[in-house]
Design a protein around this ligand. Structure first.
Ligand code: PMP
Length: 420
């Protein structure tokens, strides 16, 4: 069992006040807060070990290199990779997905090939393939969702054909929270020899991840969404595929040797980590995954499920609240997108801020999904290990107050209405 009150002691930022109220941080799908262990690991690195990696024989450089490599090993263990060499550090999920599109897609796709994406995709997963498709004359097809936010699996069967070379999708939606059946999709794609690229930005931080069980070929995720620092992300890939790929960015550290006629790429993962990497951030991510492992990812998942179940139950009591995505908490992560009928999502977001509650509003880098749902935007509350049922009670009470002030909020800015 996870005790959020114990966890909170590691997060100084949660003692902050915002607009005179204790901060309630419900914007975890955008980025999570960082525990002292991660913050201290980063400052410890800069205070006592800082040097460039892989370039020096001096002691500090060797220490920094070892710490940075160990961080790869920790991440590999966290996702049950076969080897740490399959773990490429980059800046974030967006970069990881671009590495695949430009490193595999650009070199392997031909005119007439097909790429199957979904309307649920985050732009970071969708747009690189759309650009590559344009460059190579390939065609993009989209799997739709049901009205309650599940992927329409029968469409994968219809759309995947001998022409399909790539299937990309999110393991969990950043808007609806829907947890998709990666293995089912991967098996359909592999029947025709397509590669499977999974966006794990909203799954790896929240549900136990075993790349061997997922059966996908690539998995991308971001450190900053799982207690780690910004500027560090991960591309996990099947070793044979990574070995067959060309680096997306090239330069220092990507090579074993260069002559004027030839380039010999470096061993994995270094050939994909061009230039001086984000060393401190990588080390910080290693500590973040150790922290999550100590808590236990099954406990993280169960905690979020409890929070979601409670929120949906409380939200159903509010007539004016409409929420989107699966109704069954077993099928979603700790992400709840909703609207208050008759109020703009940004108005609700700024009113909640006056109560000290941080949520995200807008289309959350998933415009096609919002258009599919007929929405101009949503308010998104997203949970993590330090959120509590008491915070949800306060959130619901605040929503009730906002609903009671609805008429005034329609005509005046939230700041003028939600005082006191
Ligand atoms: N995919 C999904 C599903 C996401 O939620 C996000 C972050 N909002 C990303 C990709 C992109 O992550 P990053 O901004 O860290 O590259």
């Amino acid at each position: 069992m996870l005790d959020p009150e114990e966890v909170r002691k590691d997060f100084p930022i949660l003692t902050r006040e915002v607009n005179g109220r204790r901060l309630v941080y419900f914007d975890n799908a955008a980025t999570t807060q960082k525990p002292l262990q991660v913050i201290n690991a980063i400052s410890n690195y800069y205070m006592y070990h800082n040097a460039n990696v892989h370039r020096g024989f001096h002691t500090l450089s060797q220490e920094a290199s070892q710490m940075y490599e160990e961080a790869h090993e920790k991440v590999a263990k966290f996702i049950n990779a076969y080897s740490w060499r399959e773990v490429v550090f980059c800046s974030n999920t967006t970069e990881a997905l671009n590495i695949v599109a430009y490193g595999w897609g650009l070199w392997n796709l031909r005119e007439g090939d097909e790429i199957v994406l979904t309307v649920m995709d985050h732009h970071s997963s969708m747009l690189p393939w759309r650009i590559i498709a344009k460059l190579k004359g390939a065609r993009v097809k989209y799997v739709d969702i049901t009205d309650d936010g599940y992927l329409r699996y029968e469409q994968f069967e219809e759309l995947i054909s001998e022409k399909t070379r790539v299937v990309a999708f999110p393991i969990a939606s950043n808007v609806l929270g829907t947890i998709n059946d990666a293995r089912r999709i991967a098996r359909l794609a592999h029947r025709v020899g397509a590669i499977v690229v999974a966006d794990g930005a909203q799954s790896v931080p929240h549900i136990p991840t075993d790349v061997r069980e997922l059966e996908v070929d690539f998995l991308a995720f971001s450190g900053h969404k799982m207690l780690g620092p910004t500027g560090i992300g991960v591309l996990w890939g099947r070793q044979d595929l990574l070995e067959s790929m060309h680096p997306f960015k090239v330069g220092g550290d990507t090579i074993k040797d260069v002559t004027l006629d030839d380039i010999v790429w470096h061993d994995l993962p270094w050939r994909f980590e061009a230039g001086t990497p984000n060393i401190a951030e990588g080390i910080g991510l290693g500590v973040a995954v150790e922290y999550l492992t100590r808590i236990g990812m099954s406990n993280v998942r169960e905690h979020e499920k409890t929070l979601v179940e409670y929120t949906l139950k409380r939200m159903r009591e509010l007539e004016d609240v409409e929420y989107y995505g699966p109704r069954n908490p077993a099928d979603k992560t700790g992400v709840i997108a909703f609207n208050i009928k008759g109020l703009n999502h940004h108005t609700v977001g700024s009113a909640l801020d006056l109560f000290g509650i941080a949520v995200r509003t807008g289309m959350h880098c998933a415009h096609p999904l919002h258009y599919r749902l007929g929405l101009k935007g949503t308010v998104r509350a997203s949970y993590y290990i330090y959120n509590t049922l008491e915070e949800i009670d306060y959130f619901i009470e605040s929503l009730e107050k906002i609903i009671s002030l609805k008429d005034s909020l329609r005509s005046k800015p939230a700041k003028e209405v939600c005082t006191g």
